[in-house]
Structures are given as structure tokens and as C-alpha cells.
Design a protein around this ligand. Sequence first.
Ligand code: RP5
Length: 178
Amino acid sequence: MSLRSGSARSRILSVMPTVAVVCGSRSDLATLKGCFEVLDGYGIEWEASVISAHRQPEALRAYVAEADAAGVQLFIGAAGLAAHLPGVLASLTARPVIGIPLDGGSLGGADALYAVVQMPPGVPVATVAIGAAGAKNAGHLAARILALADPALASRVETFRADQASGAEPRIDPRAAS
Ligand code: RP5
């Protein structure tokens, strides 16, 4: 895992991780904590970058080209307000893009949800829920996509599902409740 911000041109790591997470502002990082934890839980290598689609469009283009060439398998884009970052990511790469609408704006994330989910045909963004729940699900969805070509990861996904099922509330009879 690694976190960085600023221009893609400053990158010095020689190996790209499997998943590249890009968000539009440093203020977005706290909401993405659950995403990073889920990816770590599955043992998926990731890095996160703060690159704004509207403030740093050239840096974003350069970063995606570099990540694509270096073998990143999947992008996760997270942004609030007008939230065009995931869509711009999908315009710059043929890899799958998962979009997380963030809830920082005065519309409670509905603005970002509409922006991320309403991509025109041909430029798909797999949109998850608003905010922290969506951040976690972005990690889980990334794992499921990557597991299609990774049997060991597929096994970890199944283990998670089994653990989740066994931890769920058992069926109860409300008539028996006192
Ligand atoms: C979006 O605008 C970012 O993704 C962030 O969610 C929101 C506010 O950004 P800052 O003004 O905090 O940088 O581009």
C-alpha cells in the first residue's frame, strides 16, 4: 500500500500495485479508510493518489497512462460535489473503474451520486453507495473482479462471505421476544 499526492510526474516507485485509488482532494482520504482496509484484508496491493480532475487534468492523464502501462488492473475513483473524477478516469483507461460518490457537499452526496452513476453509454463506471459504505464496497467489488483471474483471491472472497454469513443475526421469532 502507499499514499501519495500531487503530480504523477513525481512518482519514484518502480512497481505499480494492482489497484490504483484516485481521489479529488486530500479531504476525501478519511472516507476512503474503509476501502484501504478492505483491500488490505484481501491482500490486494494498492496505492492512493490525490489528483483533482478539474485542478490537475494533465497530471491525471499522465498518471493513468503510467498506471495502465505499469499493469494496474483496476481503478477506484472517489470524489464529491460535481464528482467527474471517476468518469474522467473511465475515459482515460480501458481497465474497470469503480466510482465512489462522496458525501461532502450541501446535497449530502446526492450530487456526487448522480454525477458518478449517470455516465453516458460506452464509458462505464461501476458506482457504489455514497460515502463510507461505498468505500468499503469498492474494495469488495474490486476483490470480486480481480478474483476472476486469481484463484487464491477468489478463495479469500469466499472466506469473507462465509465469515459474514456466520456472523449475521440468526433468525428470531418476534412473538417470543419479551
Ligand atoms: C471534489 O470536491 C473532491 O473530491 C472533494 O470531495 C470536494 C471538495 O474538495 P476540496 O475543496 O476539499 O479540495 O473535487
